[in-house]
Write a protein that binds this ligand. Structure first.
Ligand code: MN
Length: 451
């Protein structure tokens, strides 16, 4: 998608809160979500975020402001599309243009129609956001940050942290779609099987079963898949971006002690599938267009991607400059009204593989994608210690050394998460000459393990 009038930095809205420089949701963003108003006699509705309002797309449609349907069938079809716009990203671009027109400062169609306006604008604080895709058909999680892969690899193989396949193959695994939850859903500490290290020369101790003691988060971006593909069809890399509708923040909660004991030989399983949280607003690729940047520069000794993963446009513009932040607020911090504490700040552009490479690789064997599938990028860690996207990396000091706890403003400390801790992800894009846009938040509070 080329840049167009919907990206114009000078666009303003008659809805004043959309012009607040601090909002994540100016007119240039228009992320998609599904909301519900608790206690109201109204079903869940598809909406876009604008300033401090949720714009109800069904209400706009019923007021005739999104265009007139020719007959009942096409009206029903349009309604289905508005509830799942990834089915047709191109048609969504049309809706986006129309929304920009309707809410622009100079437009009075909705502004001066009090009834339609009251029906369409629902204050965000009165709306509970649900899963944008419900259900998520399939979930895959990648491992696309070379910094994360190197840091984690070093813990197990100090001399040879990266396995030989890493710079050839985007590594991933199939995750569990059933346990993906919307931001704000409590995350129950999982029970699992763990095994402590044996002392050298001593008889092996048996594993035990109980609450996870090394609960962690992973800062990731989730790609929301668009129209989908047929079984047997490999998406050429130069068409892969057509399969990505947008992005959400994703927290791949991880039980590190469970993971350590179970991961060989088949990879992540119960250490990962007890919960995955996503932010409720899908920031569309249309909105992200101004924030494209070149793919991570490979080291001179690195191999070039194989032809099916290589595309000049993708190398030049296939990464996205998106700042990604992790904050922690403990129960004690809440009690004492201490603001959330930043644990890290990274950037999505630091991934070794681009989103298009992930899609091309995923379908290269003929595996089909379904509309609304979710692909996690893997933990987004950057080159510096303050950009490490999980506690496993942040508290690690080196082989044989004890983990270094993170000190919090309450003089509490954390090596891994405690019950009552809330993990908050935020992300935003900034570029000279363009309006800042944001992702909102992805939150989750840890609740105690079930007995
Ligand atoms: Mn992960």
């Amino acid at each position: 998608m080329p840049l167009d009038e919907t990206h114009d930095v000078s666009l303003t809205s008659w809805l004043e809160s959309a012009n607040d420089p601090a909002t994540d949701f100016p007119l240039q963003n228009l992320p998609f979500g599904i909301g519900v108003i608790e206690g109201a006699d109204l079903g869940a509705f598809p909406c876009v975020a604008l300033g401090d309002q949720c714009v109800d797309l069904f209400a706009l449609m019923e007021s005739g402001l999104l265009g007139e349907a020719e007959d009942d069938d096409s009206a029903a079809e349009f309604e289905d599309f508005l509830a799942a716009p990834w089915l047709d990203p191109q048609a969504w671009s049309g809706v986006r243009s129309r929304l920009v027109e309707l809410f622009s400062s100079s437009n009075t169609e909705l502004k001066n129609d009090r009834k339609a306006r009251t029906l369409a604008l629902r204050p965000m604080k009165s709306v509970r956001m649900l899963m944008p895709m419900d259900p998520v058909p399939n979930y895959t999680d990648f491992y696309a940050s070379v910094h994360h892969a190197t840091n984690v690899g070093r813990m197990f193989r100090p001399d040879n942290p990266l396995l030989p396949n890493y710079k050839w193959v985007p590594i991933g695994y199939h995750g569990r779609a059933s346990s993906i939850v919307a931001s704000g859903t409590p995350v129950v500490r999982p029970n699992g099987q763990t095994k402590s290290d044996d002392a050298p020369g001593a008889a092996p101790t048996p594993p035990s079963f109980g609450p996870c003691k090394m609960l962690d988060y992973e800062l990731e971006m989730g790609l929301v898949i668009g129209p989908g593909t047929d079984l047997g069809h490999a998406v050429p890399i130069d068409e892969a971006w057509e399969q990505i509708f947008g992005m959400v923040l994703l927290n791949d909660w991880s039980a590190r002690d469970v993971q350590k004991w179970e991961y060989q030989p088949l990879g992540p399983f119960l250490a990962k599938n007890f919960a995955t949280s996503i932010s409720p607003w899908v920031v569309t690729l249309d909105a992200l267009e101004p924030f494209r940047t070149h793919a991570m520069k490979r080291d001179p000794g690195d191999p070039a991607p194989l032809p099916h993963l290589h595309d000049p446009y993708d190398q030049d513009f296939g990464a996205f400059d998106i700042r990604m932040e992790v904050l922690l607020q403990t129960a004690e911090m809440k009690k004492r009204s201490v603001a959330p504490h930043r644990l890290s700040l990274g950037n999505l552009k630091d991934l070794y593989w681009t989103p298009a490479q992930l899609v091309a690789h995923h379908t290269s064997n003929g595996c089909n994608l379904e509309p609304g599938d979710l692909m996690g990028t893997g933990t987004v860690s950057g080159p510096t210690p303050d950009s490490r996207g999980c506690l496993l990396e942040l508290t690690w000091e080196g082989p044989g050394q004890p983990r270094k706890p993170i000190q919090l403003p309450t003089s509490e400390s954390r090596t891994f998460l405690h019950d009552g801790d809330e993990v908050i992800f935020r992300a935003w894009c900034e570029r000279e000459g363009f309006r800042r846009i944001g992702f909102g938040e992805c939150r989750g509070v840890i609740s105690p393990a079930r007995g």
